[in-house]
Design a binder for this molecule. Sequence first.
Ligand code: 5AD
Ligand code: SF4
Length: 358
Amino acid sequence: MNFFSANLNKILAGKSLGQPGLETLLGARGEQIRDLFAAANRVRRSGVRDAVHLRAIIEYSNYCRKNCLYCGLRRDNKTLPRYRLALADILDAAGRAASLGYRTVVLQSGEDPYYSAADIARLVEQIKDRQDLAVTLSLGEYSRETYRTWREAGADRYLLKQETSDPVLFKYLKPDGSLQNRLQCLHWLKELGYQTGSGNMVGLPGQTSATLAGDIALMRELDVEMAGIGPFLPHQDTPLRSAAPGKLETTLVTLAVARLCLPRAHLPATTSLGTLTPEGYKLALGCGANVIMPNLTPAEVRHKYMIYPQKADIRDDPVKAKKNIEMLLASLARPLAADYGHAPECCRRDTLAGAPTN
Ligand code: 5AD
Ligand code: SF4
């Protein structure tokens, strides 16, 4: 048996792969890719079943105090018109999400200290009071105390992508912070009882397949309940404007290997993948993904949340977008989840050792 099949069988038997094994899977070519995607699809089915969870995302501010090299919201991007939604408008958007049948809202923004910890806590409380919604926050790096305040206000989940597991690449791409601090934040979030999400970008300049293997190993080590894996897309108003975008195949292969390592995690078909190619969501759902995140940001400001160009969801009308998703899922024979889509009690592959994978 060749190296690739040996590693695939090993992981399917519930064993954990080290760095060389992960790199072998990430190097899949030709028929190996087909086998890898089929395996990821089976593991997705046994780990989280067929239903696809929808998370309505509300991008309420595009101000950011940070200067990440890849991101259009970086503070030095003076060409971007900035906006902040009033708390009442964020509440309205959450109400809209609930009335369209969503069971989760994701509140996302640049790192914008304009809103105090107490403001966000009040917002979370009011959403939970008025709507039957799970609340996910995706607001960046804050203190343990702030995360605690928001958790006590009722926030269920938190997304904080590691972006890359390479500390040197991290420092280059995110000069305001460090991988160490990011990991500290992720540990606090877990400790505080958030369902915690990480994730990475595929195709970052300077990234190798060893980096990607490290990224997946880190997500497994963090025991994340969610992981967003999408291609890097260059933005014209950032220092990385001339870098090449992440490749579709590499992104899907990374997603598939992540699914093998995190059988019970919620893995979205990311908007960036949907931006790279119109087939992105469908392809991702076929090799491990089980979540879609439709955009419920009010139309007047949505085009200003330009983390990368031509964002797939920029013009989606919320009603039409929901219909399109329903049509896509029907064509794939994947039901729409009706529950909140909380993380299963335990997400780790090792707890599933011996569980059937088909
Ligand atoms: N390409 C792809 N994804 C990006 N993000 C930010 N900038 C880019 C880009 N240029 C992603 C990061 C971040 C999320 C808000 O958007 O992963 O966590
Ligand atoms: Fe700000 Fe996040 Fe963009 Fe960095 S990636 S500039 S922290 S919005």
